[in-house]
Design a protein around this ligand. Structure first.
Ligand code: GSH
Length: 205
């Protein structure tokens, strides 16, 4: 299998964390792709041009990150990170969707920040910042249930919160969500997280 990814992409990081949690690093080759490069986007076998994109051993291109995580869980050895059926599965997928929405809002802020300051929309930035922070606050009541869980939902939440620390370094989301902050501190110390820390998209190499 081949994974087109970038060390700058939080969506790709979800896959990189999953690979480590399942212990399947040897099953994939990695191919770097800069999401800000037109050529790299054109070379990615995803008509949307986005990464992560997984090419299976049968040559099928799979995207997006959620589909890739589910595919790797079903197709590879290692601990199951998505319950096969029932309420636990829907909860994990719903948590992943919340984390993905949070990441999308933060990526929107990053893309806006690439525009000249006079062209940036303060309203768009504020909207997306509040979407991301509302999502983090909505997870606080779930913090106790996240404890000790390694699944597609918790991996996605941890990646989203780590990206929040990067994208909104000035924002103190921990004060409003102390339980979530404690859970994140522990999850963020796992090797799967410490070995996949993102680099700033402006520093892609
Ligand atoms: N929903 C997609 C989002 C992927 C995505 O937005 N990837 C970004 C990098 S973080 C990208 O490739 N952007 C290039 C583009 O939008 O053209 C997923 O979960 O994989």
């Amino acid at each position: 299998m081949k994974l087109r990814w970038s060390p700058t992409s939080p969506f790709a990081r979800k896959v990189m964390v999953m690979i480590r949690e399942k212990g399947i690093e040897g099953s994939l080759t990695l191919e770097k792709s800069n999401p800000l490069s037109r050529e790299d986007r054109a070379a990615t076998p995803n008509p949307l041009g986005k990464i992560p994109c997984l090419v299976t051993d049968d040559g099928e291109a799979l995207y997006d990150s959620s589909v890739i995580l589910q595919y790797l869980d079903a197709a590879c050895d290692g601990p199951e990170l998505l319950a096969p059926d029932g309420p636990a599965r829907w909860t994990a997928l719903r948590r992943e969707a919340l984390a993905d929405g949070m990441i999308e809002a933060m990526v929107a802020c990053f893309v806006e920040s690439l525009r000249k300051p006079e062209r940036q929309s303060a309203g768009w930035l504020a909207h997306n910042r509040s979407v991301a922070l509302n999502a983090a606050a909505a997870l606080e009541p779930e913090a106790t249930d996240l404890a000790g869980r390694i699944d597609i939902g918790t991996i996605s939440i941890a990646v989203a919160l780590a990206y929040a620390d990067h994208a909104f370094a000035d924002e103190d989301w921990r004060s409003a969500s102390p339980g979530l902050a404690r859970w994140f501190e522990e999850f963020n110390a796992r090797p799967s997280m410490t070995e996949t820390v993102l680099v700033d998209a402006r520093d892609f190499s």
